[in-house]
Design a protein around this ligand. Structure first.
Ligand code: AMP
Length: 553
């Protein structure tokens, strides 16, 4: 076991024993789990994207070779690698290559910038930064080189689709497949399955994202449980359009489908690009995030779902119109609720239509435990009452990485993770199903991407002319929510361009920038003098409902 010096909160030993003896947690690290499946699947397709496809045998070999190349570069098991890749074939190769070399991927988004990447890569002590060439026109390679300057631990800039830095294509090309297999087997044999496999980022509410440590055995089980709940097998062809190097991408896409020997149909978030791939590859399953609910109105919708058997909708209340558009084509529609911290709920094969339409289903593992608590307490609420969801189980973290202060408030005294989500439980047939009713945490869910209000407010206040700032969720038909900033200025209000220029100068990822500005003379306060965000939220909801698109762009 690596020495995390108190930065990793382990599962209690007796709990690990229970999960392992129940057959939930395995005994292999993820790289070895994948290899075992690949050996059995050989010439079947493991992954297909717009730019190509790989069988299991090919993916297994190419990732062995990448792992050897990484090891020859001097990277050793336990080294952390910040990953900024999009939904491309090379991202799947990179993922298993890193894991097979025993390296720990740090899953950030290609959209993250210095404000996010700098503190995260320092906190985990990253030794390498893996980026792709120019996703959406931004020079990520140049960015990675800039980030390395003065960084205490980063030694390598690894690249995909670029000749700069150390291209992973060269590492693959230069390594011998037989030697690679031997070396990977050696590295994998030395990895404890209860060791950290990767880091995910929390869709958190703090100044910078919290870091979620995921362990080999529980993370692979998380995916197996998801595949089992979905009734998947080796004939499943799962399409995934939302970021793959993100918790839902890895768990519900990559690992889940590979745990059963099926095919990952990897699409990009751009429907015009992704839907022809779904149609061509006859995808059978897909997870649709809120940002893609408009798929039902897309001209390629009918072709893309012609072979679809099951669709899982996730991210916000599901409009019946969207539900019906799938169901009318004979596709089974359900919902899913999940998080980087672990816990997943999902509709089952026997969930009633009403449960599938109005709830996110039931926990995916029989060993999942959850409580609905009166907010701020450890008092359990009866079914039917809205309260905070707290959960514990075989794939839910026991603590954020290196965050004792946050952990003190984020878990109950008996180790349940407080999700900050408001839920209620209702019974449908034999199922106690969970419905999401709101949230306690102060964030905006922009098409599934989380924006911490506090993070953006703090940066806005760095501007010399902004004296107060409050970020609230503004309803949006396409993305569910967007960020609206209520601001108080000294002197004349700033233009949208000036605010954007300010946030850009602070290197904040663009998806977090407010998309509407409301200038006010003072912040509303509650009777006890606290900022009244509810009043601001009501104000923007009314303005949007009234068709007011004027203020501040
Ligand atoms: P992430 O870790 O980025 O996947 O975000 C997890 C959070 O997304 C949860 O704690 C919820 O706040 C939100 N979330 C996930 N699934 C759903 C859903 N089906 N409905 C509403 N919110 C959801």
């Amino acid at each position: 076991m690596l020495d995390w010096a108190g930065r990793l909160i382990p599962y209690p030993a007796d709990v690990v024993e229970t999960y392992r003896s129940a057959g939930l947690w395995g005994t292999l690290p993820i790289g070895a789990e994948f290899h075992e499946v690949a050996v059995g699947q050989g010439s079947r397709t493991a992954v297909v994207a717009e730019e190509g496809r790989l069988t299991y045998a090919e993916l297994d070999e190419v990732t062995d070779r990448l792992a050897l190349g990484l090891a020859d570069l001097g990277l050793v098991a336990g080294d952390r690698v910040v990953v900024q890749l999009t939904n491309r074939l090379h991202s799947v190769v990179a993922w298993y290559g890193l894991l097979k070399a025993g390296l720990i991927p740090v899953c950030t988004l290609a959209a993250h910038r210095a404000h996010e990447i700098g503190p995260i890569s320092r906190k985990v002590g990253a030794v390498a930064h893996l980026v792709e060439s120019n996703p959406s026109g931004f020079d990520l390679v140049a960015f990675a080189f800039e980030q390395r300057v003065g960084h205490p631990t980063v030694r390598h800039v690894l690249t995909a689709g670029s000749l700069a830095g150390t291209p992973i294509e060269h590492l693959i090309r230069d390594s011998d497949p037989v030697l690679a297999r031997e070396r990977v087997a050696e590295i994998q044999a030395a990895i404890d399955p209860d060791e950290i496999a990767c880091f995910q980022l929390s869709g958190g509410t703090t100044g910078t994202p919290k870091i979620i440590p995921r362990l080999h055995a529980e993370y692979w089980y998380n995916a197996r449980a998801y595949a089992e709940a979905g009734g998947w097998d080796q004939d499943t062809r799962t399409a995934h359009l939302i970021p793959i190097i993100h918790n839902a991408g890895i768990t519900c896409g990559l690992h889940a489908v590979h745990s059963v020997g099926g095919t990952l149909v990897l699409g990009t978030a751009v429907l015009d690009q992704a839907l022809p791939v779904l149609a061509r590859e006859q995808a059978t399953d897909v997870l649709i995030g809120h940002g893609h609910y408009t798929i039902v109105d897309h001209p390629l919708f009918a072709d893309a779902v012609a072979s679809m058997k099951k669709v899982v909708l996730s991210g916000a209340k599901v409009p019946e119109r969207v539900f019906d558009a799938f169901e009318d084509r004979g596709i089974r529609v359900g919902q899913m609720f999940g998080m980087g911290e672990g816990f997943f709920a999902m509709s089952t094969a026997t969930s009633t239509r009403r449960a599938r339409l109005t709830t996110v289903g039931v926990p995916t593992s029989p060993h999942d435990e959850f409580r609905v608590l009166e907010p701020g307490t450890e008092v359990d609420l009866p079914d039917g009452t809205t309260g905070e969801l707290a959960c514990r189980g075989p794939y839910t973290i026991r603590g954020y990485f290196d965050a004792p202060d946050v952990n003190a408030g984020a878990f109950t005294s008996d180790g349940y993770y407080r999700t900050g989500d408001l839920v209620a439980v209702t019974t449908h047939g034999t199922e106690r199903s969970i419905s999401v009713e709101g949230r306690l945490k102060d964030l905006i869910s922009r098409g599934g991407e989380k924006v911490s209000a506090e993070e953006v407010e703090t940066l806005l206040l760095h501007h010399p002319r902004i004296t107060a700032a409050a970020i609230v969720a503004m309803p949006d038909e396409r993305l569910g929510e967007r960020a609206c900033a209520y601001l108080v200025a000294t002197g004349a209000p700033l233009t949208m361009a000036e605010v954007q220029e300010h946030l850009n100068s602070l290197s904040l990822a663009k998806f977090k920038w407010p998309e509407r500005l409301e200038w006010i003379t003072e912040m509303p306060r509650t009777p006890v003098g606290k900022l009244d965000k509810k009043a601001l939220h009501h104000d923007i909801v009314a303005k949007v409902a009234g068709g007011d698109r004027s203020a501040g762009g």
